[in-house]
Write a protein that binds this ligand. Structure first.
Ligand code: AMP
Length: 497
C-alpha cells in the first residue's frame, strides 16, 4: 500500500468518533473526516495541483486543519506545515524555498502572504472557518485516493534550524506507514484507546505520533488547542493515552497530578527533549505510571523507545525500534564501546529521503552505507538501551578536551537548591571555549557561583568544572520544550564582550 491515507481509511469506521473538543463534545466522526478530506483533495485537483505540489499551511490547530492534512495525503500533494510563530522574513524564506502552489493561512496573516507571493492564498482560522473550508464544502465527497509510491513525499517539515537556514525534510508515505505501524505495535494502540492531544500539529511529534497513531487504530482524539495543565488534568480520566514533551510533565507535577487523574490512562509517552530522571521518578511515585521515553527527530521519525512492558530505564530512550538500526561511532569512525559516547547514526525505513532541493546537504548527512548522521551524541549500554547525550554542536571543546554538557548538567541538577541547568561553551582566549553553567535555582536557595564551583570540584575533572555560573529564572525553550542553547550562547557571549 503506497498511500498512507489508503491504509488509514482501511482502519477506521465511518460511524466512530474522530475528534472531540475540550468540553468533550463530538466535533467530527471518521465519516466526516473521509468526506472533508475527499473535498479538499477535489479542491486541489480543481485548482490544477498535481502529485508532488506543495500546500503550505500556517494555521492553528483544529479538526479542519486535520481534514486539510488528510486531504493532501489522499490527493498525493505535499502537506507543508509551518510553525504558527513564524513571522514575515521567515515566511518569505519558506515561500521562496518551497514554492508552494497554495497557501492556507490564519486570517491575520493573509495580507503578509499576499505581499510575499503570487500564489493562491486561502484562510482558515482556529474555529475551522475561512475561505479554505468554504471552498472545499462546495466540492464532491467522492474521490479516489491517489496512487502513490512509498518513496513519494507526503509531508515536508522544516527543521527548526538553530544553525544555518532551515532545511525541508522530505518525509515519504513509506516512512509514515512504516514508523506508524511499528509504533502502533510497540505501544499497543487499539480502537478502544482515546488520545488526549495537546501538542502542536506543525511538528512531527504532534502530527505523526499524536494524530497518525490514533487514526491508524481508528480511535478518537480529544483535540486541545494547546497544552494547559489544568485542562489536561480534568480530561485525563476520559483518555487512555497522553503524549507530551518533558515540560508538560513538569507542569502536570506542579499542578499536583495524582493517581486519581490517571486511572484510565494506559500510556504516557515523552520525547522531543530529554526527560530528567527526577521528573520520571517523581511522576512514577505520584501516579504509579511509567513515562515511556522515546527518541526521534524530524528526519527520521521515531528511532528508539523504552519498552511498554519491559523495564524502562530513566534517562535512556530505550533500545532501537524494530526495523531501525542505530550505530554509535567514536572520534575515529569506529564502533564505540559499551557506554562510550559517540556520534549516533540511524538507518531504516523510518529515515527520510533527503532535504528538499539540497542534494549536497543530503549526501553529506548520509554515509555510503545509507546511515543518516543524526547530529546527536549518544551511548549504548550493555542491555542495548541508548542514552542521548546532546547535540554534537553543543559539545564543548575546552583546551582541546571534550566536555559533554549533559554530564555536567546531571551533576549540577543533583546539587541542593538547583531546579535545572544548562551547560554551554562560551568563547575563551586561553581555552578556546570555557564551560559555562546556567542555573535555575529554587527561589529560597541562596546559591552563588562560588558555591556551585566548589561543590563540583572533586566530583568531576577540573577541566569540566564551569569557569562561570549564571543564574536565570527560567531556561529559554522552544514550543517543543527544547532548551535553546543557541539563545543562551548568544546571551552569555554578549555579556562577555
Ligand atoms: P526535532 O527534529 O525537532 O524533532 O528534534 C530532534 C532532536 O530532539 C533530536 O535530534 C534530539 O536531539 C532531540 N530529542 C528528541 N527526543 C529526545 C529524547 N527523548 N531525549 C533527548 N533528546 C531528544
Amino acid at each position: 500500500m503506497g498511500n498512507l491515507y489508503q491504509l488509514l481509511q482501511s482502519r477506521f469506521d465511518a460511524e466512530r468518533p474522530f475528534t472531540y473538543d475540550a468540553k468533550h463534545q463530538l466535533i467530527a466522526s471518521y465519516g466526516d473526516l473521509d468526506d472533508a478530506s475527499a473535498q479538499y483533495a477535489n479542491l486541489f485537483l480543481s485548482l490544477g495541483l498535481v502529485a508532488g505540489d506543495r500546500v503550505a499551511v500556517q494555521i492553528e490547530k483544529s479538526t479542519e486543519n486535520l481534514f486539510l492534512y488528510f486531504g493532501c495525503l489522499r490527493a498525493g500533494v505535499v502537506f507543508l506545515p509551518l510553525n504558527t510563530a513564524y513571522q514575515k522574513d521567515e515566511i518569505a524564506y519558506f515561500l521562496n524555498d518551497a514554492e508552494p502552489k497554495i497557501c492556507i493561512v490564519e486570517p491575520d496573516k493573509l495580507a503578509t502572504y499576499q505581499q510575499l507571493t503570487e500564489t493562491l492564498v486561502f484562510t482558515l482560522d482556529r474555529h475551522g472557518e475561512g475561505t479554505a473550508p468554504d471552498n472545499r464544502s462546495t466540492m464532491s465527497k467522492q474521490h479516489s485516493i491517489a496512487t502513490t509510491d512509498p518513496e513519494d513525499t507526503a509531508v515536508i517539515v522544516y527543521t527548526s534550524g538553530t544553525t544555518g537556514a532551515p532545511k525541508g525534510a522530505m518525509i515519504t508515505h513509506g516512512n509514515l506507514i512504516d514508523n506508524g505501524s511499528v509504533l502502533q505495535t510497540a505501544w499497543e494502540f487499539q480502537r478502544s484507546d482515546t488520545m488526549l492531544h495537546s501538542l502542536p500539529i506543525f511538528h512531527v511529534h504532534g502530527l505523526f505520533l499524536g494524530i497518525n497513531l490514533p487514526v491508524l487504530s481508528g480511535c478518537p482524539i480529544i483535540l486541545l488547542e494547546k497544552f494547559d495543565a489544568d485542562l489536561v488534568l480534568k480530561l485525563l480520566p476520559t483518555a487512555t493515552v497522553f503524549m507530551g514533551v518533558p515540560t508538560y510533565y513538569t507542569r502536570l507535577l506542579e499542578a499536583d497530578i495524582n493517581q486519581m487523574h490517571c486511572q484510565s490512562i494506559r500510556l504516557f509517552t515523552s520525547g522531543s527533549a530529554p526527560l530528567l530522571s527526577q521528573t520520571f521518578n517523581l511522576f512514577s511515585e505520584r501516579t504509579k505510571h511509567t513515562i515511556v521515553e522515546r527518541y526521534g527527530m524530524t528526519e527520521t521519525g521515531m528511532n528508539t523507545s523504552n519498552p511498554l512492558h519491559g523495564p524502562a530505564k530513566a534517562g535512556t530512550v530505550g533500545p532501537p525500534l524494530p526495523g531501525t538500526q542505530c550505530q554509535i561511532l567514536d572520534d575515529h569512525g569506529d564502533p564505540a564501546a559499551t557506554d562510550e559516547t559517540g556520534q549516533l547514526l540511524v538507518r531504516g525505513k523510518n529515515v527520510f529521503k533527503g532535504y528538499w532541493r539540497k542534494p549536497a546537504k543530503t549526501q553529506e548527512d548520509f554515509t555510503d552505507t545509507g546511515f543518516f548522521k543524526t547530529g546527536d551524541l549518544a551511548s549504548i549500554d550493555e542491555d542495548g538501551y541508548i542514552t542521548i547525550v546532546g547535540r554534537s554542536k553543543d559539545l564543548i571543546i575546552t583546551g582541546g578536551l571534550n566536555v559533554y554538557p549533559k554530564e555536567i548538567e546531571l551533576k549540577i541538577d543533583k546539587l541542593p537548591g538547583v531546579i535545572e541547568s544548562a551547560v554551554i561553551g562560551t568563547p575563551d582566549k586561553d581555552f578556546g571555549e570555557a564551560v559555562t553553567a546556567i542555573i535555575i535555582a529554587e527561589p529560597t536557595a541562596n546559591l552563588s557561583e562560588q558555591m556551585i564551583i566548589e561543590q563540583l570540584k572533586g566530583s568531576i575533572a577540573n577541566f569540566k568544572v564551569p569557569k562561570a555560573v549564571h543564574f536565570l529564572e527560567q531556561l529559554p525553550r522552544n514550543t517543543m520544550g527544547k532548551v535553546q542553547k543557541n539563545v543562551l550562547r548568544e546571551t552569555f557571549m554578549k555579556e562577555l564582550s
